[in-house]
Design a binder for this molecule. Sequence first.
Ligand SMILES: NC(=O)c1ccc[n+]([C@@H]2O[C@H](COP(=O)([O-])OP(=O)(O)OC[C@H]3O[C@@H](n4cnc5c(N)ncnc54)[C@H](OP(=O)(O)O)[C@@H]3O)[C@@H](O)[C@H]2O)c1
Length: 250
Amino acid sequence: MKKFENKIALITGSSRGIGKSIALELAKEGAFVIIHYTNNKLSAEQTLNEVNAIGGKGELVRADFMDTNSIDDLFSEVDKILSNKKIDFLINNAGLLEKSSIENVSEEQFDNMFNVNVKSVFFITKHFISIMNNGGRIINISSNLSKRPRQELIAYAMTKAAIDNFTTTLASTLGSRQITVNSVAPGATDTDMNKERFKDPIVKESIGNMNALKRVGTPNDIAKVVTFLCSEDGGWITGQYIEASGGAGL
Ligand SMILES: NC(=O)c1ccc[n+]([C@@H]2O[C@H](COP(=O)([O-])OP(=O)(O)OC[C@H]3O[C@@H](n4cnc5c(N)ncnc54)[C@H](OP(=O)(O)O)[C@@H]3O)[C@@H](O)[C@H]2O)c1
């Protein structure tokens, strides 16, 4: 029997990047994966095709978290898929990064990042904890910038600090149901979010060299940590901030 047989996972932002890798790792171990996307339907279909190709099962759902009214669409679509079943794993992964210092950041950029990275996570979680099996897992994808912010990412780093705070409180609220809640904080990881920065291989290598393990992260590096936290073996860890950065800045 596979590790996550009969488990149902919702992974926000799993059309590409880290979320896609998480969906594939969970599906490989038998979980039914609900793959959420916003603008990249084709990439989401590709994730589902890859899930099916490894013998996994899943469904696609769409919602734009910039417009928080659209979160209700996510609830109704997922509720239809669940048809009275409950979810086991909620992976709050979808994220938006707009590079701007305090002098340049617009109110719109600030609101967009807080809507996608914080407000949607809060209300999605509020909804799904009412239909989550006891013993479930909530994993919030944070960032190592929440503890070591940079000037040009001031608002983005604030969103991730808010998520870490949310993780701590929620872990204490849900502990009696044996639901664990953790923040996983990647460092620089090779996804579209870093496409511009990493297009120059010299820049990519020098950013990798700032990590103890001398390379940038891959989406799968992060997915493995998430999979561990979802497993029985990861069940005694809750309310924690777990940095997965290959030792950034050590
Ligand atoms: N990459 C890094 O270096 C790094 C480091 C630290 C933390 N993180 C965090 O890791 C998570 C995943 O990042 P990633 O690097 O995999 O990013 P990515 O490759 O840019 O993918 C972002 C994902 O979020 C979804 N998304 C974007 N805007 C959205 C919106 N308005 N509403 C709902 N979903 C939206 C995208 O959906 P569509 O494809 O449909 O647009 C996509 O699936 C994020 O929370 C990010 O902050 C990343």
